[in-house]
Design a binder for this molecule. Structure first.
Ligand SMILES: C[S@@+](CC[C@H](N)C(=O)[O-])C[C@H]1O[C@@H](n2cnc3c(N)ncnc32)[C@H](O)[C@@H]1O
Length: 199
């Protein structure tokens, strides 16, 4: 995302991810898009990370555990934000409230209390002192593209690595995941990116 922002909008910026693989791929992507002089990728833990210079956009897209939840992550990102800047938070919410804790677990949540319904999530940003100024929500088709890409990846990996010690686990996952996704995540879990400005 940072690479395409650099290409399309002239952004400069820093991305942090604790996955060595993702950080390496981000660097390759920056080269591919001709923006390597404008973006920097740090392989490291984003917990407690505050930028040296204040930024116009501070984003955590899908890892709010870095601040112990949404509130703590907003507080962390706000420490890097310049006046008039925008915070982006990627976070799940319930499309429908799971009727039982087992359904929440089927969505790979620990509990129903892990997430809010969308109106409550939006209200929670207000309670933290932020205006929601934009949001982009995943629809079910988007979920399918995200999940099904993993199935094809697992299938190809299994063909290439039949004797790997993880092959049995990956085989089991590939067998069960489409049904789990259709029964649980696809129906109950939503996901969005929310743009916030301090009041
Ligand atoms: C749901 S993914 C979101 C991926 C990314 N935002 C994207 O759009 O491709 C969560 C990402 O957070 C990274 N991550 C998890 N915990 C982290 C931490 N403590 N510090 C930095 N990155 C972390 C994972 O490696 C993973 O790439």
């Amino acid at each position: 995302m940072l690479c395409t922002w650099a290409r399309d909008h002239g952004f400069i910026g820093t991305g942090i991810d604790m996955s060595q693989l993702f950080t390496e791929q981000a660097k390759l992507r920056a080269e591919e898009l001709g923006v390597a002089d404008r973006v920097e990728f740090i392989h490291g833990d984003a917990v407690g990370y505050v930028s040296d210079e204040k930024v116009g956009v501070a984003a955590c897209v899908g890892a709010t555990w870095i601040g112990g939840g949404v509130a703590g992550t907003i507080e962390l990102l706000a420490r890097s934000l310049c006046t008039g800047g925008i915070i982006l938070i990627g976070e799940p919410y319930w499309r429908q409230l799971p009727p039982t804790e087992d359904v929440a677990k089927g969505c790979l949540a620990n509990s129903i209390s892990d997430f809010l319904m969308l109106p409550e999530l939006l209200a929670s940003f207000g309670h933290l002192g932020y205006d929601v100024v934009e949001m982009v929500l995943a629809d079910q088709d988007g979920w399918d593209r995200y999940e099904a890409a993993k199935w094809l990846t697992m299938r190809r990996w299994l063909e290439a690595n039949p004797d790997d010690e993880l092959a049995k686990d990956v085989r089991a996952q590939l067998t069960s995941e489409p049904e789990r996704h259709a029964a649980y995540t696809r129906e109950y879990l939503g996901w969005g990116v929310f743009a916030l400005m301090p009041r």
